[in-house]
Design a protein around this ligand. Structure first.
Ligand SMILES: [Zn+2]
Length: 413
């Protein structure tokens, strides 16, 4: 029988309150960019909480933080849970932080249960805080977990730069999290608890979602080069305006989605204009575009059309170079682990809904390493990456209970 009383829901809420103070924004959200001072404080908080419980933290070269409760001896494989403490520039207080804080509660609860003789552990239990999940300050996203999974080289990750030219390596050093440790060598499974960031659970009245798989995502950067000139005396025929192709691309990306009736999701979320002065014809524009789709053929077609469109926009004096920065195919999480989560949720009194994730998560790189899966709890109004992000305390507690029950089954298996 699951022990649904083992999670300290009040302490979980308190942890989320404390974490939300690091980078708190006026609207009640957070601005906690990867490896910035606020992220450093949130990491220090986690390290202190773990130290108070007698758990040492290991920090790897890209700043991923690991703590392992040795429930079954030093050489036993590790069941890993966690998420990320970084946020979007105007993010909410639950995205990522919830998975870390609830993972900590689940780990402490299970350790207590093992010590009391209520659970025979054959595996150890680990908690992780992944670096740069959001991809807001450094691109690409899910960078720390991708390095851990061996999909991205450490040097490549550390050399990523933010908008000011600061590398991830420099930023991690500045906050004291450019480590030299290694993560757990034997991870037998990874379970990530996260807010849904979509409306399905709330709409259907479910507290728990079992994530079946992820949509495909493709991201691009268009680097458009023209020539700076005075916006007054320069004749129109001599202007080499880098912003014009960018404007066409913004509308083209949207039109591709409209042509699918909205099945293809798309956005241009960022546009850098250089020098961005009212009196200068733009010399350079950098445009960040993305597509997401559950259908691989639809995604591939959109990518091909964007590549062709970008190529057609270069003119004498204005060049358009398009680079694909992310190609994350649609995929599924481990079927056995998904079923185990569903059974755990039902046993705890929360019959689950099977859902998909449109957003990227660290569980996606991790599924190339070991059986991985995700548990979702509702997001009010489906809102995320916004200050008003909200999940009710009862839902937060339910997710932590189901996570703990899932981990209990995994460590004792
Ligand atoms: Zn997240």
């Amino acid at each position: 029988m699951p022990d649904t009383a083992m999670i300290d829901a009040d302490r979980l809420n308190h942890s989320l309150d404390e974490l939300a103070a690091f980078g708190r924004s006026e609207g009640g959200g957070v601005r906690r960019l990867c490896a910035g001072p606020e992220d450093g404080k949130a990491r220090d908080w986690l390290r202190a909480r773990l130290a108070a419980e007698g758990l040492a933290v290991k920090v790897d070269p890209v700043g991923n933080m690991f703590a392992v409760a040795e429930l079954a001896g030093p050489d036993a494989p590790v069941v890993l849970t966690g998420s990320h403490l970084d946020s979007q520039p105007s993010g909410g207080r639950y995205d990522g932080a919830y998975g870390v804080a609830a993972g900590l509660e689940a780990l402490l609860a299970l350790r207590k249960r093992v010590k009391a003789g209520g659970l025979a552990a054959k595996r150890n239990l680990g908690l992780v805080n992944w670096t740069n999940e959001e991809g807001a300050r450094f691109s690409p996203s899910t960078l720390g977990s991708a390095v851990f999974a061996g999909l991205v080289a450490t040097d490549f990750a550390l050399s990523r730069t933010d908008g000011d030219g600061v590398t991830l390596g420099e930023a991690l050093s500045a906050i004291g999290y450019h480590g030299a440790d290694r993560g757990p060598p034997k991870v037998s499974s990874y379970v990530e608890l996260h807010i849904e960031q979509g409306p399905e659970l709330e709409r259907t009245g479910h507290r728990i979602g079992v994530v079946e798989g992820n949509w495909g995502t493709a991201k691009f950067v268009a680097d458009i080069r023209g020539r700076a000139a005075h916006t007054g005396p320069t004749p129109m025929a001599e202007r080499r305006d880098a912003l014009l192709p960018a404007a066409e691309l913004v509308l083209f990306v949207r039109a591709l989605s409209d042509a699918t009736g909205g099945a293809l999701l798309s956005s241009v979320g960022r546009l850098d204009v250089i020098p961005n002065s009212t009196n200068v014809v733009p010399a350079q524009a950098r445009l960040f575009a993305e597509f997401r789709a559950v259908d691989p053929a639809m995604l591939a077609e959109a990518c091909a059309k964007l590549v062709a469109k970008a190529a057609s926009l270069s003119t004498p004096g204005v060049t358009v170079a398009l680079e694909q920065t992310l190609d994350r195919p649609a995929g599924t999480f481990d079927p056995g682990l998904r079923d185990l989560i569903a059974q755990a949720a039902s046993a705890c009194g929360y019959p689950p809904l099977r859902v998909h994730t449109v957003a990227g998560h660290d569980a996606i790189p991790m599924k190339t390493v070991c059986p991985s899966a995700m548990i979702f709890v509702p997001s009010a109004g489906g809102v995320s990456h916004h200050e008003s992000e909200f999940t009710a305390p009862e839902d937060l507690a339910a997710g932590a209970i189901v996570l703990a029950e899932t981990l209990a089954r995994l460590v004792s298996a």
